[in-house]
Ligand binder design. Structure first.
Ligand SMILES: C[S@@+](CC[C@H](N)C(=O)[O-])C[C@H]1O[C@@H](n2cnc3c(N)ncnc32)[C@H](O)[C@@H]1O
Length: 268
């Protein structure tokens, strides 16, 4: 009897350890079994030729100003920050869903042309009552969104780049994007990760992006956490050509110069 109990415990511990490793690989490396990754994975170069590798590594066109993600919980990784900063070098109008500390906002402002404008939207301290979650939203995603809505100031405050930044406050479902429709060269979707918000913010982002412009989403990490991003983007990928940038949790879309290539159901 005792050997069977010990064997059973051993199997249980091994299964729990395997599940934990799978979860960590999904969260940090954005790949791996048993998660399905239905969105096609491409190298950053496969999405934009600016990331092509030379015999020395990334080209000099990709040299940007940025600060490390060290000690920043839940923000972009160094690789993700670099990709966003490089894409900003050619963007004049940008929009970010979810400001948090303003780290990415500042990166976009620092690396963009002198006449560029970065719009960024966040739910501020005291605006939690505006949050309008949907019935199918995961409780963890909702709690994280509300917890992150407490920034008392921003990294970019009192910097020379502040003049390029337009800070908007309020709930993203209530945000009226019509004045920016078809105008943004780069939209970064990183607000609430709850399903109903990712659906709503993505629709707005696809409406705001200019011909030839791009939309990037953060935190595509499999079905563990945040669940809303994974579910909403897998659904969106059925209508819109999305790619998953290798080595990152970034999902990317480029609007064609001509007709959008986005079905009306995805934009409505
Ligand atoms: C993950 S953080 C954003 C990180 C930031 N983009 C960066 O790269 O450093 C999420 C942000 O979304 C904001 N947020 C959460 N729910 C929101 C909502 N319903 N409307 C607008 N902003 C929201 C939070 O206040 C927080 O600032």
């Amino acid at each position: 009897m005792v050997p069977w109990i010990i064997a059973g415990l051993g199997v249980g511990v091994a299964a729990a350890a395997t599940a934990r490793v799978a979860r960590l690989v999904a969260k940090h490396e954005h790949r791996g079994w048993p998660v399905e990754w239905p969105i096609r994975r491409v190298s950053p170069e496969g999405f934009d030729p600016i990331f092509r590798l030379t015999s020395f590594g990334p080209s000099l066109e990709t040299v940007v100003r940025y600060s490390s993600s060290m000690g920043v919980h839940g923000g972009t990784s160094d690789r993700e920050a670099w990709i966003l900063a490089v894409l900003a070098t050619r963007a004049r109008i940008m929009f970010e869903f979810g400001t948090c500390t303003g780290k990415t906002t500042h990166l976009l402002a620092m690396n963009s042309p002198a006449d560029a404008i970065v719009h960024t939207l966040t739910l501020a301290q005291g605006q939690e009552g505006q949050y309008a979650g949907g019935a199918g939203d995961d409780g963890h995603d909702t709690r994280a969104a509300l917890r992150e809505s407490s920034a008392a100031g921003f990294v970019y405050s009192n910097t020379p780049e502040e003049s390029k930044i337009r800070q908007h406050y309020g709930d993203s479902k209530a945000f009226d994007q019509t004045s920016l429709a078809g105008k943004c060269d780069l939209v970064f979707v990183d607000g609430s990760h709850a399903y109903s918000y990712v659906v709503s913010d993505s629709r707005k982002a696809l409406e705001m992006v200019a011909p030839g412009g791009m939309v990037l989403w953060h935190d595509y990490r499999g079905f563990y956490k945040p669940r809303g991003v994974y579910k909403a983007l897998n659904e969106l990928a059925k209508d819109v050509e999305l790619v998953h940038l290798k080595g990152t949790s970034l999902i990317a879309y480029r609007r064609q110069e001509g007709p959008t290539g986005v079905s009306s159901s995805a934009r409505e």
